[in-house]
Design a protein. Structure first.
Lengths: 82, 735
């Protein structure tokens, strides 16, 4: 990973329920990345943090008018900006 | 390949494929169209269910193929490739569909149209069904259908499938679209991309490949390491991988970056088409209510509490509530057996009927109460939206053994019975996770093991206390339950590292809004599962039971035994007061029955394997007991009863059986059963795959003999080694 990758903000960094961000990019070309994009997590899309599972992982988000659950490792693949 | 299946003389026949996202009401529409008439099977070589229905509409015979619910048509595995193959007419056992019906959830149109946009690329006559129309209306979502029809260039039908609204319009649309000219698919990608796909097609033909549909080559370029590439190029003899890699680089240089480009372009296209056509209200009541429920149900404390309560309920249902129904089945079986015994004199035929056939049918039906209970719960939890939350809650825990939250319920149910547990693994869409869950499920201590534990513990484990307060017997019982679970962890881990290794599957999961479960859906699902079990696993379970009956009956001469039975039955009728004679005869009968089973094929096998079981501390009698319980572990009690000449009608609470076992000795007079022997028997039963029904269900669910054989082998080896260690260590410590 590059330094840039370390400093980028991802969905996994969101802490506050109700936080809204804009998707910059989903990193990777494996099954996880593809599935994320197919579910509508594409560039410039708004996404909101809805809640956490009791052990802090997975995480629930709202995107394109529906609710989706992502594991922390999956959320970390989604680069976002405020 | 099978394009020629539809001959002109069959022109009134129509084959139609039905596809859409999960939870869009696809099965409801399927049933509404076909009236519940469907043939269910498996596609060859994969674990995908094949559901085909037939119906007639306006003189046309329509064959409807239900494809698995999916968010996209970008196959990454052989299982996912099936849908593409069916749609393109490449699946040998199914004619090429003349039309495709794509069903979407009108209240969640944007994401649902993604797979639709891919289906358009197939260039097939397409009907777009906007289902859940009622729901969209209730939620204040408006859709300008005429405008949408114009913009998408396909026939659009609105339905509320659960109320049968608009079903006829779907059939009308189907027979119409096959006549109409197909609007060519939109060209979403830059021209450079299409040029590359054409180049690829030409290149493949040049290299000796059959010409194939444009969509397949589109997928080859778009799906990095996808199934379309894999299917064409198993050994990479063509250097296809390199070719595709270079092409992707070229395209990326022109600003067409794979894979991100596809989702971006398709979603942009969807936005554009929906702009001004679909309007959502500013605040959606359904979603906000659902979010409020989620606040409680996925909360750190209340969420766990609700979950624990529900799981307790499920467990009670399969473990306890199904008890009376199982007794009913047993009662019914006894009643029929007794009736038959009343009609027929003792003899081989009667034994075949009662102990073979009737017992065989009974051994299938006996599992139905548990299956029905579990699937009723699963169907309710699934349909109201809780199932996804349960997986959400448990996921973190299950990732520790390399599985996902969806494996929790199947594994937990297996503590009651592995059969519904294995069947419940269907909720896991990832094949590798599903396989691993299925293969470790039989390690969970099911209710059929309990009688063995009880017999051994209460006969041979002293009722003392560890540290003066911890009851030893209860602790041993707990240890037996824990054993299978603890062993399942490394087994799952090893399976994940060997047979089922691969990239961690995404756990990206939709959390649908909560709703009231529909009784009809619940009933249908339970009925489906029960029927599948009886019809397809049942025959095999039945055959195994009959086979074991034959092994334990032949080749011994049973005429003397039958004579004794006749005498006893005559006395029972004519002179019931002669209890003493009856007891005498009964003792003789049991003694003889014990001798006969020893002389049977099964008994000979037991004697032959004595050297094998001796290191476990067992003699041949225990060996026969274990052998006889391979089809169903609970029969061990009755078998031990027969072998130790107590008659077969004993149970684990029977004081006679307990004292007989306690008094049993080796030929040299040493007691046969010691604490280490009892422990080694329990450990063996805890880990061994002594359940023909489970193995048959695994065979049915995996569509192959390989996995039941594998399960049987690994569990038996595991059981043997563990029982060996238990006995040897136990003896060394001084049992
Ligand atoms: N409100 C509403 N519910 C529907 C409609 N069609 C199906 N359902 C319900 O949606 C749920 C999922 O349906 P099902 O057919 O199992 O969906 P599948 O997963 O796509 O096969 C069930 O509870 C159905 O009763 C509809 O048009 N409107």
């Amino acid at each position: 990973m590059t330094d840039e990758a370390h400093s980028m903000k991802t969905l996994a960094d969101l802490k506050q329920v109700g936080d809204q961000v804009r998707i910059v990019e989903v990193h990777g070309d494996d099954g996880v990345a593809i599935r994320l994009m197919e579910m509508g997590l594409t560039e410039d899309e708004e996404i909101e943090l809805v809640g956490f599972a009791p052990l802090g992982d997975p995480i629930e988000f709202s995107v394109r008018g529906y609710r989706i659950s992502l594991r922390e490792t999956e959320a970390a693949r989604v680069e976002v900006s405020d | 390949m099978s394009d020629s299946v539809t001959t002109p003389s069959e022109s009134s026949r129509l084959t139609v494929a039905l596809i859409g996202n999960p939870n869009t009401g696809k099965s409801t529409l399927f049933n509404a169209l076909c009236g519940g008439q469907a043939r269910v099977g498996n596609f060859p070589g994969v674990t995908v269910e094949k559901k085909v229905g037939q119906y007639q509409f306006k003189e046309r015979d329509i064959t409807l193929i239900d494809l698995p619910g999916t968010y996209s048509l970008s196959p990454r595995s052989a299982d996912e490739m099936v849908s593409v193959d069916v749609l393109l007419g490449r699946q040998d056992d199914i004619p090429k569909p003349q039309a495709v019906v794509c069903i979407v959830d009108s209240s969640n149109l944007e994401r649902n149209l993604y797979v639709f946009s891919q289906i358009r690329d197939l260039n097939l006559p397409t009907v777009l069904v906007l289902n859940m129309w009622d729901l969209a209306k209730n939620r204040g979502i408006t859709i300008d259908v005429d405008e949408l029809r114009q913009r998408l260039g396909v026939t659009v039908v609105m339905t509320s499938a659960h109320r049968q609204d608009g079903i006829e319009a779907v059939s009308e649309a189907i027979i119409q679209v096959v006549e109409d000219e197909v609007t060519p698919p939109p060209r979403l990608f830059p021209e450079a991309f299409y040029a590359e796909v054409e180049k690829l097609s030409a290149w493949l033909v040049e290299h000796g490949e059959e010409p194939a549909h444009f969509y397949l080559h589109e997928r080859m370029l778009l799906d990095v390491r996808g199934a379309s590439e894999e299917a064409t190029n198993k050994e990479n003899t063509l250097q296809l991988k390199e070719y595709l890699g270079e092409t992707r680089l070229r395209l990326a240089a022109e600003g067409c970056r794979i894979p991100a480009i596809e989702t971006k372009l398709r979603y942009n296209w969807i936005r554009e088409k929906l702009d001004g056509v679909m309007v959502r209200p500013a605040s959606d009541q359904t979603l906000s209510t659902s979010d409020r429920i989620d606040k409680i149900v996925t909360h750190r404390f209340s969420g766990i509490l609700v979950f624990a309560l529900l799981m307790f309920l499920v467990f009670q249902a399969i473990y306890t509530w199904s008890g009376p129904f199982m007794n009913l089945v047993e009662g019914g079986q006894n009643f029929i057996s007794t009736t038959v015994e009343g009609w027929m004199p003792p003899g081989t035929l009667r034994s075949l009927l009662v102990d073979g056939l009737i017992a065989g049918v009974g051994s299938v039906i006996i599992f139905l109460p548990q299956i029905v209970m579990l699937f009723a719960f699963i169907a309710i939890m699934e349909d109201c939206g809780y199932m996804a939350r349960a997986a959400f809650l448990m996921d973190k825990l299950m990732t520790k053994i390399g599985l996902s939250g969806k494996s929790f319920l199947p594994l937990m149910s297996s503590f009651a019975c592995a059969i519904p547990g294995v069947m419940a693994t269907r909720v896991i869409e990832n094949r590798r996770d599903r396989m691993v869950t299925m293969l470790v499920a039989p390690l969970m201590s099911c209710s059929a093991r309990l009688p063995v534990y009880i017999l051994m513990i209460y006969t041979f484990i002293p009722a003392s206390f560890i540290f003066g307060w911890l009851p030893l017997q209860g602790t041993v019982l707990f240890a037996m339950y824990a054993l299978g679970t603890l062993i399942a962890i490394p087994i799952a881990w090893i399976l994940k590292k060997t047979f089922f290794k691969g990239e961690t599957p995404p756990f990206v999961m939709e959390l649908p809004p909560y709703k009231w479960p529909s009784p009809r859906i619940v009933f249908d699902r339970v009925y489906d599962r029960a029927k599948a079990f009886v019809v397809r696993a049942g025959t095999l379970i039945f055959s195994v039971t009959v086979l074991v009956w034959a092994l334990s009956y032949f080749p011994s001469d049973h005429s003397e035994l039958h004579n004794l039975s006749i005498q006893m039955e005559t006395i029972e009728v004519t002179a019931p007061a002669e209890q003493e004679t009856l007891d005498q005869l009964s003792d003789q009968h049991n003694l003889l029955a014990g001798k006969l089973i020893r002389e049977s094929y099964l008994g000979r096998m037991g004697v032959a394997i004595e050297p094998v079981v001796k290191p476990l501390g067992w003699d041949w009698r225990i060996g026969i007991g274990a052998l006889a319980s391979f089809p169903a572990r609970e029969v061990v009690i009755a078998t031990l009863g027969t072998i130790f000449s107590l008659g077969g009608d004993t149970d684990e609470e029977n004081p006679g059986l307990r004292s007989t076992l306690a008094a049993a000795t080796w030929p040299d007079g040493r007691p046969l059963f010691t604490v280490p022997v009892a422990l080694s028997i329990m450990v063996f039963f805890a880990l061994c795959a002594q359940c023909g029904a489970t193995l048959m269900v695994i065979r049915r669910e995996t569509n192959s003999w390989r996995w039941p054989i594998f399960t049987f082998t690994y569990m038996t080896v595991l059981a043997y080694v563990a029982a060996f260690l238990t006995y040897q260590i136990g003896t060394a410590i001084g049992g």
